[in-house]
Design a protein around this ligand. Structure first.
Ligand SMILES: Cc1ncc(COP(=O)(O)O)c(C=O)c1O
Length: 415
């Protein structure tokens, strides 16, 4: 190996990450994902999982997936458009559409691929995308891939979003009028005139802050301006709304034009999806490169995602249990004098600020048997390091009380 050339590509970045306390290593967990896990031989309360309903280790769901492996084998063997599409894929998409109250759905191998493949299929270099400044990396990467003109609006600031749309439209129509005028002499004006195509895209639940997008206001603004609305429900599906159907159920309002989600968090399997009109889904099946140019998810994974979604559908009380836990834990933290935002999601940020301090607090907590990761730059802004607690429906009140007390004590005693 040519170490000198490898250094040229990697050394500065690695040294900078080490100097900034942002160098990452993998944590080794030696038991399945559940409310308690084993780390270095020690029983640890897991306040860090995206498996909000704690379905990854439920015996009947594991058995269903094992049965699906026996029936469908270990892999799909082809892309969805060649030989990969099997009965479980179709059944999963049908159920997602029903669960989300939409005409149709399409499954992707991950939520990341759903975002990247949807945005880059819908938008091209002549289009405009309006993106919340705290959107997930997969949305940002989809926008980059689309080559559309991107306007980043201030987090959840609907006035700033509206200003951005108006400014982009004004610029667009000014340019297209002058281009039309220039070409009209040549009799080409019709070719130049083109409608303004805009897409507003936002997380439903912001993954590092746990707050929610303002769907009713987003619907109003996008309708008023004739642009599309896309919502990423990665942390909302199975969490928000009485039965876990997501942001629209939470606000009791209509859906966005494009709803993206993941099957890897509350659903506790793997994969991503888009739900919407039949026309949208047909378009994505034909145009989304991260759907087309990859091997289909294993049929057993599709079967597991379907079975887990059916479980959520049949057990709305589990969603309520999660909500009760969030309220209990936030109240307990506040009683200890910690500031935590009001949230309906299962993500509770405890802002520390300094990267090194957040890391020390997280390590001390782990030594005491509670795992809450320190989230640092570049995942969040510099100086905004935080403990990111995420809850499960199955945490007991006693566990949450003990964890809240430990968090408060360790924060107070750490410099
Ligand atoms: C908001 C958001 N969107 C998309 C994703 C990607 O989903 P997946 O893990 O299924 O790729 C994540 C997290 O991973 C996320 O937090």
């Amino acid at each position: 190996m040519n170490e000198r050339i490898l250094d040229f590509f990697t050394k500065d970045a690695l040294e900078a990450a080490r100097a900034n306390n942002t160098y990452r290593t993998l944590r080794h967990i030696s038991s399945p994902e559940a409310s308690h896990v084993t780390i270095a031989g020690k029983d640890t309360v897991l306040l860090a999982s995206n498996s909000y309903l704690d379905l990854a280790n439920v015996p009947e769901l594991k058995r269903a997936m094992a049965d699906a492996v026996l029936e469908w084998g270990t892999g799909s063997g082809g892309a969805r458009l060649t030989t990969g599409n099997k009965t479980p894929h179709d059944e999963l998409e049908e159920f997602i559409a029903k669960f989300k109250g939409e005409e149709a759905a399409i499954a992707f191998n991950t939520g990341y691929m759903a975002n990247v493949g949807t945005i880059s299929a819908l938008c091209g270099k002549n289009d405009f995308i309006f993106s919340d400044e705290l959107n997930h990396a997969s949305i940002i990467d989809g926008i980059r891939l689309s080559r559309a003109k991107c306007f980043v609006y201030k987090h959840n600031d609907m006035a700033d979003l509206e200003r951005a749309i108006e400014a982009a439209k004004a610029e667009f129509f000014a340019q297209s009028t002058s281009a039309s005028a220039a070409l009209s002499d040549a009799g080409n004006a019709k070719q130049v005139a083109r409608a303004f195509r805009g897409l507003v895209v936002t997380d439903a639940v912001f993954s590092m802050d746990g707050d929610l997008a303002n769907l009713p206001e987003l619907l109003r603004i996008t309708k008023a301006h004739g642009v599309l609305l896309m919502i990423d429900e990665a942390h909302a599906t199975g969490v928000l709304g009485r039965t876990g159907r997501g942001l629209a159920e939470h606000y009791n309002c209509e859906h966005a034009d494009v709803t993206v989600g993941t099957l890897s968090k509350a659903v506790a399997a793997e994969g991503g999806f888009v739900a919407g009109s039949k026309q949208l889904i047909g378009f994505l099946k034909n145009k989304s490169r991260s759907f087309i140019f990859t091997t289909a998810m294993a049929p057993a994974v599709a079967a597991a995602a379907l079975r887990n979604l059916q479980f959520i559908d049949a057990h709305p009380e589990r969603v309520q249990q999660l909500r009760d836990n969030v309220k209990f834990f936030c109240d307990a933290l506040r009683l200890h004098g910690l500031q935590v935002p009001q949230t309906e999601s299962a993500i509770i940020p405890i802002i520390i600020g300094d990267e090194a301090k957040a890391l020390r607090i997280s390590e001390t907590l782990q030594n005491e048997g509670v795992l809450i990761p320190a989230i640092r730059y570049p995942t969040v802004a510099k100086g905004q390091a935080r403990l990111r607690a995420s809850l499960m429906a199955t945490h007991t009140k006693e566990e949450l009380q003990t964890a809240a007390t430990a968090i408060a004590q360790i924060i107070k005693s750490t410099n």
